[in-house]
Design a protein around this ligand. Structure first.
Ligand code: 3HC
Ligand code: NAI
Length: 698
């Protein structure tokens, strides 16, 4: 019969096995195979019950996402699930690893569910911008109730096998292999003369207005702008007032509506690019070097965070500081971070203690790094200091060890060229706080050996980070682009927008923070220092936010001093707007003879994004990012870009590159220094192509 769904008999039990690696996704062939197998089982008089199994490490990972957006092919998944449920003899799902999305829906179509310990049962559809579309929103509340359903489904969450059994989503925990567990359960059912037990035949779940309202309030707040999570709650609510057939129709209607949204396209783009980002020809098949012991040099903001990330993932860490006092301070920060991990249930108290006593030490001399496999330098952002550190590392580190820098802006080629083993040098640009933020820019210098790059990607995985390959330039991918859209914001402020309006408009687009709130969070001294660093090479036509320099001189450095662009009051969340800042800005405009004009929020968003995308196009063209998807992943994981917009390059493709280019040309009429269209953008528009077309290039 089917290549991907096998049917065989084990005594009087039919065993239906899905074998569609890697995740047994429910593509067309699987749906057809399941349909045929159930028809055969129903007609097979020798078969008294059936067990559905998924071959490999998991049951079923869900509908085949790569089919989304293509014309649907019969049989649809809801029909397959209904067909299983309608079957006249008991059907058991034996679930291991994961039953996700359509995978759980298939299991809910079965009459009985046996789950192996360690299995996740969940409906992650909302993370892809859709809702469960094969009965998940109707059958789940019939088993676990409305309150538990609206906790799980809009969160895209899952239950452990143990929880699922406790709540009634699964019937029993299995022992042995999934096949053994499924067969044993099916035999027991046959022995008891049990018939089919259809979830769809259970009565409508009782409504729970309070739970529905609470879930709506939560997701309105938590995922402003996103549509699928609220729509999933509507679908669960429908189960409380419609019979199963009408409820399934309503679910289908909402599912289809979600399928058509740009958010679905954005979220699915995000799903695929985060799996593609590490696929690079230069490291394909290249064995990474072994990394078990690492050194971190500098235990300040970044060094302490990097050490924490490494320690919680089981690496041995030696941290080098300038003196005992700084080393003690770093140790205290790391202990506090680890305590945080204990509080969040990521580590046990005993694990924390053992990490601090056995896996971690500080030192003030470099000889302590002689056995380290990799060292990450996170000292002050100063080329001379970095070179001194690298000279020491070159002296003490063993052959084959990797020497990495966490520099934000400095030239990694220059650092590499200053020592005797440039091939072992790489940039590992973590984001602050380094034990929390997921992004790691892997900065590949001219002479970096491929196995060093491969090791960086392997290390990122070990640390639970998402690595993006970047080339060497001022700011690499993310900070280089950030500098441009920050500058676009400053230009708008100079021309008449208030910093607060810019922040509000940018957040309304979906960013978690505006540029001025962000500045307050990072510390306005950072921007000031960057401006000073760039002063010698600054073009006279460049706009300098003189009001920001004044804030710095006033000691208003942002959150850490209680004042920056905003005023931060003890005990209050967020900052208050400050008319004094508006006055500083007004004075700056006056000084430059600029008559302020009005900006709409839409124009602010447009200019902000145009500046971002235009610079990103240059970053791609120069090979700093190999593909547009590298920019997208950088912004999703390092800058909080709204995931449902897929990433800035995906957004640009959907917003229309021709329109974006024409805006940039219009802006250039008033300021042709800042608004130079990127040649790649012009070329794509001329060829009627888009950024996505460049994503398959290596
Ligand atoms: N459809 C198509 N391809 C899928 C897929 C799916 N549902 N799930 C995973 N894949 C692909 C990945 O793209 C990847 O491909 P690649 O090797 O070419 O890069 C490969 O399978 C392996 O995936 P992972 O690297 O993610 O493997 P892991 O073992 O780390 O994780 C997993 C497995 C937990 C199943 C994870 O892949 C996952 O979360 N998948 C998505 C689950 C999901 O969202 N399911 C719901 C789908 S929507 C749905 O079911 C609609 C229904 O209600 C109608
Ligand atoms: P920081 O000032 O908080 O910490 C630097 C630490 O290095 C201090 O504890 C200092 O005592 C120590 N140090 C200085 N010289 C040393 C030496 N020769 N030997 C040993 N220790 C020495 O600085 P921060 O913010 O941690 O930055 C460190 C590096 O990380 C910089 O290159 C910075 O550009 C980069 N970075 C910073 C980010 C941030 O958000 N703060 C983000 C990403 C990268």
């Amino acid at each position: 019969m089917s290549d991907v769904v096998a049917y065989e008999m084990d005594g009087d039990i039919a065993v239906i096995t899905i074998a569609n690696p890697p995740v047994n996704a429910l593509g067309h062939a699987v749906r057809q195979g399941l349909w045929d197998a159930i028809e055969r089982f129903d007609a097979d008089e020798a078969a008294h019950a059936a067990v559905i199994l998924g071959e490999g490490k998991l049951f079923i990972g869900g509908a085949d996402i790569s089919e989304f957006g293509k014309p649907p092919q019969d049989p649809w998944l809801p029909e397959v699930v209904n067909r299983i449920e309608a079957c006249g003899k008991p059907v058991v799902a034996a679930i291991q690893g994961a039953a996700l999305g359509g995978g759980l829906e298939v299991a809910l179509g079965c009459h009985y569910r046996v789950a192996m310990p360690g299995t996740k049962l969940g409906l992650p559809e909302v993370n892809l911008g859709i809702i469960p579309g094969a009965g998940g929103t109707q059958r789940t509340p019939r088993l676990i109730g409305v309150a538990a359903s609206v906790q799980m489904i809009p969160a895209g969450g899952n239950l452990s096998a143990e929880d699922a059994v406790a709540r009634g989503l699964a019937d029993t925990l299995g022992e042995g292999s999934p096949r053994e567990a499924g067969l044993a359960y099916a035999r027991e059912l046959v022995g008891q003369g049990a018939g089919p037990r259809r979830v769809g035949a259970l009565p409508c779940p009782k409504t729970d207005e309070a739970a529905l309202e609470q879930a709506r309030a939560l997701w309105r707040k938590k995922s402003a702008g996103e549509v699928a999570r609220l729509a999933a709650i509507d679908a669960v609510e429908a189960a409380t007032r419609l019979d199963i057939a009408e409820g399934l129709d309503e679910e289908r209607r909402i599912f289809r509506e979600m399928m058509e949204t740009p958010q679905r396209a954005g979220l699915i783009h995000a799903f695929f690019i985060e799996r593609k980002v590490a696929k690079l020809p230069e490291i394909e098949g290249v064995a990474p070097r072994e990394v078990a012991r690492i050194g971190v040099i500098g235990g300040g903001t970044m060094g302490a965070g990097i050490a924490t990330a490494a320690l919680t993932r089981g690496l041995d860490v030696t941290l080098i500081e300038r003196d005992e006092a700084s080393a003690d301070k770093a140790r205290a920060t790391i202990s506090k971070n680890l305590e945080g991990a204990v509080k969040r249930g990521k580590l046990s108290d005993a694990q924390k203690d053992s990490i601090l006593s056995d896996g971690f030490r500080t030192a003030t001399g470099y000889d302590a790094l002689s056995e380290a496999d990799l060292a990450i330098e996170a000292v002050f952002e100063d080329m001379d200091v970095k070179k001194q550190v690298f000279a020491e590392l070159d002296r003490v580190m063993k052959k084959g060890a990797i020497l990495a820098t966490n520099t934000s802006y400095l030239d990694v080629n220059e650092i590499a060229a200053s020592i005797s083993r440039p091939g072992d040098v790489i940039g590992l640009h973590f984001f602050s706080p380094a034990h929390v933020m997921k992004l790691l820019e892997v900065v590949v210098a001219d002479q970096t050996a491929n196995d060093v790059t491969a090791t960086a990607f392997a290390l990122a995985k070990k640390l639970g980070k998402v690595a993006v390959r970047a080339g060497v330039c001022d700011g690499f991918i993310g900070n280089r682009i950030l500098a441009k859209y920050r500058a676009a914001a400053d230009r708008m402020v100079l021309q008449g927008a208030s910093p607060y309006q810019v922040d509000r408009a940018v957040k309304a687009f979906g960013w978690p923070m505006g540029p001025y709130e962000m500045g307050d969070l990072a510390g306005l001294d950072i921007g000031y220092m960057t401006r000073k660093r760039k002063e010698p090479t600054r073009d006279p036509r460049d706009v300098v936010p003189t009001w920001a320099d004044e804030l710095y001189h006033l000691g208003r450095l942002g959150q850490k001093t209680g004042r920056g662009y905003y005023i931060y009051e003890e005990g209050k969340r967020g900052g208050q707007e400050d008319p004094e800042v508006e006055e500083l800005v007004a004075k700056a405009r006056e000084k430059q003879g600029i008559a302020p004009r009005e900006f709409t929020d839409a124009e602010i968003q447009r200019r902000y994004m145009a500046a971002l995308v235009n610079e990103a196009a240059r970053v791609v063209e120069e090979g700093i990012a190999k593909r547009p998807l590298d920019v997208d992943v950088t912004f999703l994981y390092g800058y909080g870009f709204p995931r449902w917009r897929g990433g800035p390059m995906h957004w640009a493709d959907h917003a229309g590159l021709a329109d974006l280019l024409s805006d940039i040309k219009e802006y250039a009429e008033e300021d042709d220094f800042f608004w130079q269209p990127a040649p790649l953008l012009e070329r794509l528009v001329a060829d009627n192509a888009n950024f996505a077309s460049l994503n398959d290039q290596g």
